[in-house]
Design a protein around this ligand. Structure first.
Ligand SMILES: Cc1cc2nc3c(=O)[nH]c(=O)nc-3n(C[C@H](O)[C@H](O)[C@H](O)COP(=O)(O)OP(=O)(O)OC[C@H]3O[C@@H](n4cnc5c(N)ncnc54)[C@H](O)[C@@H]3O)c2cc1C
Length: 274
């Protein structure tokens, strides 16, 4: 069974609580009308979990509910969004008198914001993988970026030839290692009963920034070869690197943008004034 996440709307992304997709209580079930966007995998999904407005007359966070809906029903239409890469990993999702069963309300009526927020914390803490770029991460070495630099820029006595590049690769590796150690510590704390909270925004922010930096560095090391799209002059690894670089732009957006994570960290972790 495949699921998709119906949070974002054309007018509600970072300001998610401003969502307007309505769910009206008909007595037996909820009737849902509105639109979600950027719904990853909606074209393949069997079910959607969605945040919907069930009370428009209260402060925005207090009128939202969390419902599950069967995607195989006449009231739901999915339109894949085509990207620059040619792929369509996510969709516009339309609800026209779609039905959400009463038993598929998660948590209490109008308290869905808490459920949705909690799920986002899990997404932010677990969805990230710090990679050295798709091509580089497939290598067996413990230092894939260093290996890549040597391949494209040459090596002297076992070291990357250019000191400035060596410095860049080393600093990047140190940042990755610091994040991995911090993640490992957080995992240990979770096993002892603590659960992810606002601090997961730190992992999202640092992890997604590093993923982007990895892709940037990788294409930079490859030089012109790092911008291959098709044709025999580019290896498969180089073509993959180009696509990874394009894809890496998304990681600082989905699950809440970097700016949103910084807002959460300042307010909820550091306690700075709103
Ligand atoms: C690959 C990918 C997959 C996705 N999958 C899903 C999915 O499955 N389900 C789903 O519901 N959504 C999904 N999304 C949507 C994603 O959650 C939103 O794109 C994201 O929350 C940002 O919202 P927005 O696109 O409306 O941008 P906006 O909110 O319009 O932001 C535009 C810019 O303004 C900045 N900004 C906005 N508010 C503030 C503020 N208060 N302070 C500082 N800066 C601010 C943002 O950081 C950003 O740079 C996906 C997005 C991507 C890229």
């Amino acid at each position: 069974m495949r699921w998709c996440q119906g949070y974002s709307e054309p007018g509600a992304g970072s300001d998610l609580a401003g969502l307007t997709t309505r769910a009206e209580d008909t007595g037996d079930y909820f009737l849902v009308n509105g639109q979600k966007t950027w719904t990853s995998g909606a074209n393949l999904a069997d079910w959607i979990f969605a945040l919907v407005r069930t009370d428009p007359d209260v402060p925005k966070h207090d009128g939202i509910s969390f419902v599950l809906m069967d995607m195989h029903q006449p009231g739901i239409t999915v339109r894949p969004i085509r990207l620059i890469s040619g792929a369509s990993p996510f969709c516009d999702t339309f609800f026209d008198d779609a039905v959400a069963q009463k038993e598929d309300l998660v948590g209490k009526l109008n308290q869905g914001w808490t459920v949705g927020k909690r799920l986002l914390q899990h997404e932010r803490s677990s969805g990230l993988r710090v990679t050295a770029g798709a091509g580089a991460s497939r290598r067996k070495s413990g230092d894939p970026m260093g290996e890549l630099a040597k391949k494209y820029l040459g090596e002297t006595e076992g070291k990357i030839s250019e000191p400035a590049i060596r410095d860049m690769v080393l600093k990047h590796r140190m940042k990755q290692r610091s994040l991995q150690l911090t993640q490992a510590r957080a995992r240990e704390e979770n096993q002892s009963g603590r659960v992810p909270a606002e601090t997961t925004s730190i992992f999202k922010l640092v992890g997604s920034t590093l993923t982007r930096e990895s892709a940037d560095l990788q294409t930079r090391l490859m030089g012109f070869q790092g911008f291959g799209w098709d044709g025999d002059q580019f290896s498969e690894e180089e073509r993959t690197a180009t696509r990874s670089w394009l894809r890496s732009r998304a990681v600082t957006i989905y699950g809440g943008t970097n700016e949103v994570q910084m807002n959460i960290i300042s307010k909820r972790v550091l306690g700075l004034p709103d």
